[in-house]
Design a protein around this ligand. Structure first.
Ligand code: WT7
Length: 665
């Protein structure tokens, strides 16, 4: 019991309304997994068409699959007409209208929780869909959603899908500049936001940040603002309107119609921006039909979802994990999904355990970084928390080390819950490699086997497939041979960039950017990115992007950013910076002042999530004679390597390396 439970009203689960939904495609044994996998590889189109039969289509597709990885061109369920929200909402109303669709736990433990039944969620989504239409949003328009984790965020996302508008959710930790870049790239004319967001002890002024983002961007027609923190905001006449007032207008006029736009299976459903190894973030585009089928299929199979269970995914909806496994996967399966506004360590490090206890959570899905951080608080926060409702645990976002895996298994799952280690990416839409909870074997720190329809291979730098001799475990770059239904279709506004990024490194293959091992049983272990992308606390950050941000600081001449092993975050950000600024008064102060200035700049340009953990001021960077920075050397220095830096003979000025090593932080 924590000190806040006194204020909590007892939560009454709506068990009596849980009518079993059947998932005939749920794999129930290892043998069935093997035969299903085989079948899915022999006839991918036929296999996925068979799965797609279990959804609501207004018109059936004529061609299940058409593809090539050279353009690339991938089309699933062509000719099929549907709306994903009819699959997530309408089709459940008769059987489970009164069942909780979303349970919402607020940031403040003493604030009342909210539950939306499928009927209520359907009603709110239709109503907000009407608000969007009244404000000029039409099919195909891009709507940027910048909100905290409140039920209205789910409603806004689904309302966009309802009318065929393309949502682009931007995580609340990104800066005004990042939002502005994303608005520009997507040519978005509409924004849905909040006055502010509560996250732990913080109150993030979302609307102010949006106002800053809009200083340099005049393409916005309407900003819809939902009141959450009741902090002061500036509402611009003719541009900004309140969520609540707009909803009331619709309710009073009785104009809400149960309307859902008829979408082609290949129409875009959403854009989600993600970092790569070069330049600005890319807008990954997912298509309605394939994404729906795959998010649902993987939710039902990986977590082995059973009717009546309560599923708690701790991600933010600003990331793909939240899209697929808080919203679209669970809701399309008629599940009860738990949405949490706050953070794991506030008001104390027992918050997740309190929530599991309070709602009798059955499936708990989180990131290794959260597990490692909670491990650091010891077992005390777990004392007195009843976790006996848990049946399945999951991890996502980064490799999980064995120590964290065992801690999770022993202290959270009490050695009774299978743990699924799910490997996937923003671009893949859903899990591609994972054990199936309690059905296929787990192996600590291994993501294990591919899901049906996923054809993996490991290649060397030249793209030659690697094959094992005997029982050896092999290593290589992880690629995929053929499309699964929720593969990205393009990067918004720039198809060539999509080709270059994912399909050009190894022609004919989708390249994940990850390195992996494969053992004699065919199990995969992801070893991490092999490109210039960092994975910090399960979030992807491009080194080039951080360098660009640092270089925007007036006193910075040049910088190089690499990752280093970090006990909690998995990877930390290490920046080597040449600072000059001769007339800059801060340049004559302490190095700490300069470092803080740089952190300030990164926060402004990208957001606090991209702040380097270490900034080393240097007089030069190791470069080849052609001027290329040798990151390999910097990476080794950041990792703490003191001797084996590899070949340094091609360096322009080898002396610089010694100086950098001396000044290592
Ligand atoms: C990158 C994708 C998928 C949603 C969260 C991150 C790493 C993801 C695992 C895992 C080892 C993992 C990979 C991947 N990653 N899951 N289970 N084991 N690494 O999505 O931001 O698109 O990042 O996260 O490096 O490429 P993302």
């Amino acid at each position: 019991m924590n000190s806040y439970s006194f204020f909590i009203l007892p939560f009454v689960p709506l068990t009596s309304y849980r009518i079993a939904m059947s998932y005939p495609y749920q794999i129930k044994s290892f043998e069935v997994y093997q035969s299903t996998y085989q079948q899915s590889i022999e006839d991918p189109a036929g296999f996925w068409a068979g799965i797609a039969e279990h959804f609501t289509w207004r018109k059936k597709w004529h061609t299940a699959l058409e593809w090539n990885f050279t353009e690339p061109n991938v089309k699933w369920f062509q000719g099929g007409k549907m709306n994903i929200t009819e699959n997530c909402l309408d089709r459940h109303l008769a059987e489970r209208g009164e069942q909780a669709a979303i349970i919402w736990e607020p940031n403040q433990p003493n604030e009342a929780a909210r539950t939306l039944t499928y009927r209520e969620l359907h009603e709110q989504v239709c109503q907000f869909a009407q608000v969007l239409r009244n404000n000029g949003v039409r099919k195909g328009d891009r709507v940027c959603i910048y909100m905290g984790m409140i039920p209205e965020l789910a409603i806004a996302v689904l309302a966009c899908a309802r009318i065929g508008a393309i949502h682009s959710v931007v995580f609340g930790g990104f800066s005004a500049q990042s939002i502005s870049d994303r608005l520009q790239d997507a040519q978005a004319a509409f924004i849905v936001t909040c006055d502010g967001a509560f996250r732990g002890a913080k109150d993030i002024p979302l609307k102010n940040i949006i106002d800053d983002a809009l200083i340099g961007y005049d393409g916005i027609e309407r900003v819809i603002v939902c009141a959450r923190t009741n902090t002061p905001v500036s509402m611009l006449k003719g541009r900004d309107v309140w969520w609540e007032e707009e909803m009331n207008k619709v309710a009073e006029s009785g104009t809400t119609v149960n309307f859902a736009e008829e979408m082609d299976a290949e129409d875009p459903l959403f854009i989600l921006y993600t970092s790569g190894s070069t330049g600005k973030p890319k807008g990954v585009v997912h298509a309605c039909g394939g994404y729906m089928v795959y998010a649902n299929y993987t939710f039902v199979n990986v977590f082995q979802y059973q009717t009546g269970q309560i599923h708690f995914c701790t991600a933010d909806i600003g990331w793909i994990t939240g899209h697929s496994y808080i919203l679209y996967g669970p809701l399309s399966a008629g599940a009860t999904t738990l949405m949490f506004e706050g953070i794991p360590t506030w008001p104390d490090a027992g918050r997740f355990w309190d929530i599991i206890d309070k709602y009798r959570v059955n499936i708990f899905y989180t990131a290794p970084t959260a597990i490692r951080s909670l491990m650091g608080f010891g077992k005390e926060p777990l004392q007195g928390k009843d976790l006996s409702s848990l049946q399945v645990l999951g991890t996502v976002g980064e490799p999980i080390n064995e120590e964290a895996w065992h801690w999770y298994d022993e202290n959270v799952g009490k050695k009774k819950c299978p743990i699924v280690d799910t490997w996937w990416q923003t671009e893949t839409g859903g899990c591609l490699i994972s054990n199936l909870a309690g059905i296929t074997p787990a192996k600590p720190s291994w993501a294990t086997l591919p899901l049906p329809g996923v054809q993996l291979l490991l290649v060397d730098e030249n793209g030659n497939e690697k094959t094992a001799v005997g029982d050896e475990t092999i290593a290589g770059n992880l690629c995929i041979k053929a499309p699964w239904p929720s593969i990205l279709r393009t990067t918004y506004g720039d198809h060539e960039r999509c080709r270059q990024n994912y399909f050009a490194t190894y022609p004919g293959l989708y390249f994940t950017g990850d390195g992996a091992l494969r053992d004699k049983d065919g199990f995969y272990r992801i070893t991490g990115r092999v490109d210039d992308v960092l994975n910090v606390s399960g979030h992807r950050i491009g080194t080039a992007e951080v360098e660009n941000a640092i270089n925007m600081h007036a006193g910075v001449v040049e910088s190089a950013v690499v990752g280093f092993p970090h006990a909690i975050k998995g990877q930390g950000i290490y920046a080597f910076v040449i600072y000059q600024g001769s007339h800059d008064p801060h340049a004559h102060g302490s190095d700490d002042l300069i470092r803080n200035d740089i952190l300030q700049t990164v926060t402004r340009v990208i957001g606090p999530i991209a702040k380097p953990d270490k900034i080393q001021l240097v007089s030069g960077l190791p470069k080849t004679r052609s001027g290329k920075i040798m990151r390999r050397i910097l990476r080794k220095i950041a990792e703490g390597e003191t001797e084996n830096l590899g070949d340094t003979t091609t360096l322009l000025d080898p002396g610089v390396v010694e100086e950098i090593m001396k000044g290592k932080l």
